[in-house]
Design a binder for this molecule. Structure first.
Ligand SMILES: Nc1ncnc2c1ncn2[C@@H]1O[C@H](COP(=O)(O)OP(=O)(O)O)[C@@H](O)[C@H]1O
Ligand SMILES: [Mg+2]
Length: 300
């Protein structure tokens, strides 16, 4: 399964889109809220149901102890978004000041994400099906420092190690103008430190006058998936509250499901074409899978 990181040049719908993809995927899925500026799902969609005792921040201390401690902490800090435990959330930071503590943790976390998405080489089963997650990372807003991804303001190693990095843009002139400035440094960064410059694609929120063809042309980057402008469903995913009517058949969730298929197809194609070597993972981190199969996450 792919590990997909979502980013923006300026708030564009990264969190909402990542949540929609996670909830809509046909496969077991995980949303890792890794925006250094802070997570919003806890206070928004989950309406404060998850306390600050859970989440990303607590993984920093575990990582400093050992890979095994990190694997254990990761499994115990996930929150189930559905009854069956097939959709999981790693809640994000509650305070942007916590981000500095994670600078050293991102690289190990990137390995954990790979392990969770890896459907080869593991014989761990849940409900008789192989445990591999469609992983979506909310990596927040991009920030550069001397042409490189900022080491505190972005989770750079997660972007380097992702199978796909989706820059979320809207079809508005403002969004395209801002995106134009980050495309080049991001592409260079992925060419140098990631799996190649074609790991970068666009996720278009269909808002504003520019359609996919034009957006791809202006930004010289393929639009790999599109999500409709659907304010009612988006507001529910952003703020929680009453579920809108026809929620599960809403345009946003329907297209999000299609988008997860498109993402998987693109990643599979890249793997076949490029045959970039599988990344070595620390065997102790692989223990996170056993832990997830042994335990069910918590829900309120
Ligand atoms: N597909 C969409 N259609 C309509 N509104 C959207 C859509 N996606 C996001 N939004 C709205 O845009 C705002 C910003 O979304 P959010 O996901 O928080 O952005 P980011 O994480 O990039 O800061 C929110 O009010 C959200 O409801
Ligand atoms: Mg966000």
């Amino acid at each position: 399964m792919p590990v997909t990181a979502l980013v923006s040049a300026k708030s564009s719908g990264v969190t909402t889109s990542a949540l929609a993809l996670t909830l809509a995927s046909k496969r077991p899925s995980l949303l890792a809220e890794c925006d250094p500026a802070g997570g919003t799902v806890r206070a928004g969609f989950l309406e404060g149901e998850v306390t600050a005792g859970y989440g990303l921040y607590h993984l920093a201390a575990a990582e400093r102890t050992s890979p095994d401690a990190l694997a254990q902490a990761f499994a115990s800090h996930l929150w189930d978004l559905d009854e069956a435990g097939h959709r999981k959330l790693l809640p994000g930071l509650t305070d942007p000041a916590q981000a500095a503590a994670l600078t050293r943790t991102w690289a190990s976390l990137a390995e954990v994400m790979q392990v969770l998405a890896d459907d080869d080489g593991h014989d761990v089963f849940i409900d008789a099906s192989r445990l591999a997650f469609d992983v979506f990372i909310d990596a927040g807003r991009l920030a550069f420092e001397s042409g490189h991804l900022h080491t505190t303001l972005t989770p750079a190693p997660l972007l380097h190690q992702a199978d796909l990095v989706l820059l979320v843009v809207r079809g508005t002139e403002q969004s395209l103008t801002l995106a134009r400035h980050v495309i080049k440094p991001l592409r260079t960064e992925l060419a140098k430190h990631g799996s190649g410059s074609d790991a970068l694609g666009l996720l278009l929120i269909e808002d504003g006058p520019n359609r996919a063809h034009r957006v791809a042309q202006v930004l010289e980057t393929p639009v790999l998936a599109g999500l409709p402008h659907d304010p009612a469903t988006a507001a529910y995913l952003t703020c929680g509250g009453n579920q809108p009517r026809n929620y599960s058949r809403s345009p946003l969730l329907k297209h999000a499901r299609t988008a997860t298929e498109q993402i998987e197809a693109v990643v599979s194609r890249r793997l076949i074409q490029q045959q970039y070597p599988p990344r070595p993972t620390n065997p102790q981190l692989a223990g996170v899978l056993q832990r997830l199969s042994a335990k069910r996450g918590r829900r309120g």
